[in-house]
Structures are given as structure tokens and as C-alpha cells.
Design a protein around this ligand. Structure first.
Ligand code: TYD
Length: 213
């Protein structure tokens, strides 16, 4: 089963993903915990290029393709082999991040992005995607560690609001894959909800497999 965590910056995804993976391992499930961009040696090198603040000349198309390059490697080298072994894969961000950030955030043509994403993933889709949703101002403040607002923050706020709205649109289009989790709550409460949703989905799958056998 392939589980992804998505959400705007500052939604606490990374911590929640780590705690979820620990919990699932305690339940006896073999788990691969991974993240995007990154996850593999090549992917982490690409992450370095994407995060390097000296790369101010990076064209938006270059950025989009670098995210997909890291993703293609991730899918083939790590995600697929683990799924084939029967492991649970928990991934902090995946293809929906490209649609939300580059598509809705930076307003790149969604039809084009869907094609590039399809090519990068070879069509591999998550079985379950948790949307850790947080109010945009709360998310930005968490990320910046609080502090005063300035003009740049206001620009960023508009971007983040588009990203958040984008996630809602993606969720609306595929309601069976997505589960919304309110991440404005204290982290322990969020984790509790995350565990409930994932365990319910695992149980459902087990009973479907039994019925098929
Ligand atoms: P990261 O340091 O992983 O931040 P976070 O903890 O919020 O996940 O940086 C990932 C950043 O890259 C984040 O702002 C989202 C963005 N991103 C995209 O714009 N497109 C993508 O396809 C992916 C995977 C991430």
C-alpha cells in the first residue's frame, strides 16, 4: 500500500510521516519512509540543486523537470521495489505536490503538468493520500518561526492560498483517494487522526484481499 502525505508548507507533514512510520512498525508492518524531492542518492543530489539559493537563474520549466527527474528515480529505485515486496510505503510529498505548487501555485498549465507527472511516475498513483491542511497564515508563521509580516510574506501568502485551494481541487476530483486532516490541531491529535485513517484503510484492504482469496 502506497500512502502519501501532502499539504502546504508548515502543515507538519514530515513529523507526522515519521511518527506514522514508527507506529506502523510497532504494529509489525514493514515500512519504507521516504520523501520528495529526494529519497534516493540521485534524488537527494537533485534536491540539492533545487534547494541551492545560488541557482537564481533556474527557469520554471527546469524546476518542474528536476522535480520529475528526482521522482522518476524514486519510483523505480525505491518505491516500486518496496511495494512489490509487500511493504507499506509512506512518502512525504509526491506527484500531487507538483500539481498543487507548480500548477495551482505558479499557475503552469495543469494539462501539461499531468502529462509530465504521468511520464515521471510511469502511472504509479498512491492508494491513499492524507491532506494535512493548515490555514495559510498559520502554516507560513510556523515555517518562519513567527515574527513580523513583510511585503514578501504577503506575496507568499497569496501563493500559499493558491496552493491550499489547489489541494482542495485535487481532493474534490478524487475523493476516494484523499482524506482531509485538520492540521491546525495539536500535533498529538493530528497523529491520532492520521493513525485512525491509515489503520482503517489497512483493515479494509485486508478484508478485500480475504474476500478475493
Ligand atoms: P521541503 O524542504 O521538503 O519542505 P516541506 O517540509 O514543506 O515538504 O521542500 C519541499 C518544497 O518543494 C516545498 O515547498 C514544496 C516544493 N515542491 C514543489 O514545489 N513541487 C514538487 O513536486 C515537490 C515534491 C515539492
Amino acid at each position: 500500500m502506497f500512502i502519501t502525505l501532502e499539504g502546504p508548507d508548515g502543515s507538519g507533514k514530515s513529523t507526522q510521516a515519521q511518527r506514522l512510520a514508527e507506529f506502523l512498525r510497532q504494529q509489525g508492518c514493514p515500512v519504507l519512509l521516504t520523501r520528495e524531492p529526494g529519497g534516493t542518492p540521485i534524488g537527494e543530489q537533485v534536491r540539492g540543486i533545487l534547494n541551492n539559493l545560488d541557482n537564481t537563474a533556474m527557469h520554471p520549466r527546469t524546476e518542474i523537470l528536476l522535480f520529475q527527474a528526482a521522482r522518476a528515480q524514486h519510483v523505480e529505485e525505491l518505491i516500486k521495489p518496496h511495494l512489490e515486496k509487500g511493504d507499506l510505503v509512506v512518502c512525504d510529498r509526491y506527484a500531487d505536490s507538483t500539481l498543487a505548487y507548480q500548477g495551482y501555485g505558479h499557475q503552469v498549465d495543469l494539462a501539461v503538468l499531468r502529462q509530465v507527472v504521468e511520464y515521471a511516475t510511469g502511472g504509479l498513483k498512491p492508494d491513499l493520500t492524507l491532506l494535512l491542511d493548515v490555514d495559510s497564515e498559520v502554516g507560513l508563521n510556523r515555517r518562519a518561526g513567527g515574527g513580523d509580516w513583510n511585503r514578501l510574506d504577503a506575496y507568499e501568502l497569496a501563493f500559499h492560498i493558491r496552493v491550499r485551494e489547489g489541494y482542495f481541487q485535487l481532493m474534490k476530483a478524487e475523493p476516494q483517494r484523499w482524506v482531509l486532516i485538520d492540521s491546525n490541531q495539536p500535533p498529538d491529535d493530528v497523529q491520532e487522526k492520521v493513525r485512525q485513517v491509515v489503520m482503517a484503510r489497512i483493515e479494509k484492504r485486508k478484508s478485500q484481499i480475504k474476500l478475493r482469496d
